[in-house]
Design a protein around this ligand. Sequence first.
Ligand SMILES: [Zn+2]
Length: 126
Amino acid sequence: MHEFSMMMSIVELVKSEMEKRPVIKVTEINLEVGDLTFLSHDALQFGFQALVETEPRIGPDSLKIIPVPAEVKCSDCGFSGAMKFADSEANHLMTPVFQCPECAGPVEIVRGKECTVRNIRMELED
Ligand SMILES: [Zn+2]
C-alpha cells in the first residue's frame, strides 16, 4: 500500500521534529497532498492512525490533509494555471491531460505532485 509507506516517512519526520524539543503533544499536522499523487486521503488517515497508536503524544485526529490542485505551465505560450482534466467515459474518473488548455502544447507540472508537511503544531513544556 503506497499510502502506508508514504505515511511512515511522514510520521518519522514528525518524530524527528519531536526529538528536538520538549513536546507534550502534537495537536496538528498539516499535510499538503497534491491531486496528482492520487493518494487516497482515507488511506492516509487510516495509515496515520495505525502508525501513531504506539505514540501517545501524537493525537490520532491531528492529521489535517490539505488538497493541492494540479497546476501546469506551458513552455510554448506561457500559460500557467489549472490543469485540464478529461472525464473518461470508460471509468468515470477524471484523467489529467498533459496538454496546455490554451494551445495544446507540452506542459510542465508546477503543483499537484507534492506530499509534504506544511507545518506541525505542538504543545511544548514551559
Ligand atoms: Zn500553451
